[in-house]
Design a protein around this ligand. Structure first.
Ligand code: CMP
Length: 143
């Protein structure tokens, strides 16, 4: 079963949007199999966003992600990587459609509520970076 890494960013946590985001993914039928509220070290943030290292906004991005807690999650489901990205909307909330998390709640390209892995390769890398295998649970949905 496909898995992805999703993270409610500091703006989403502070604005109380964690539950809203979880509810949308649950109602879509995806399964939450890992979750933790955590402060992010600069080392973790810099590793996570390493592909943006040369971008002018890299420092600002790392400052923001380490500024207050994030809610890191592992979600499981058919095509969850691409579908979660669709449900998040475009990176810049100004371009994100209504009905998406960023379209409905995003403020700007930094405060865009949520991060989600953009490919199977990213999901594999990010899940290994953020979660130990023993932090991910396995269960059947029977109710
Ligand atoms: P995310 O999906 O977490 O992946 C990289 C992040 O970089 C992206 O969301 C944005 O929040 C951020 N980002 C992209 N472009 C800019 C920018 N011009 N200024 C600040 N942050 C940006």
């Amino acid at each position: 079963m496909e898995r992805t890494f999703l993270m409610i960013k500091p703006d989403g946590v502070q604005r109380g949007l964690t539950g809203e985001a979880i509810a949308r993914f649950e109602k879509k039928g995806f399964k939450l199999v890992g979750a933790k509220l955590m402060d992010v070290s600069r080392e973790l943030a810099e590793t996570h966003y390493a592909e943006h290292k040369e971008r002018p906004f890299f420092g600002e991005l790392v400052d923001f992600i380490t500024s207050s807690p994030v809610f890191a999650m592992v979600w499981e489901g058919n095509n969850v990587i691409a579908t979660a990205r669709q449900m998040m909307g475009a990176t810049n909330p100004a371009d994100a459609l209504p009905g998406t998390l960023r379209g409905d709640f995003g403020v700007n390209v930094s405060m865009n509520i949520i991060h989600g892995s953009d490919s199977a390769e990213s999901a594999t890398r990010e899940l290994a970076l953020w979660f130990d295998e023993n932090e991910i649970v396995s269960y059947d949905k029977t109710i």
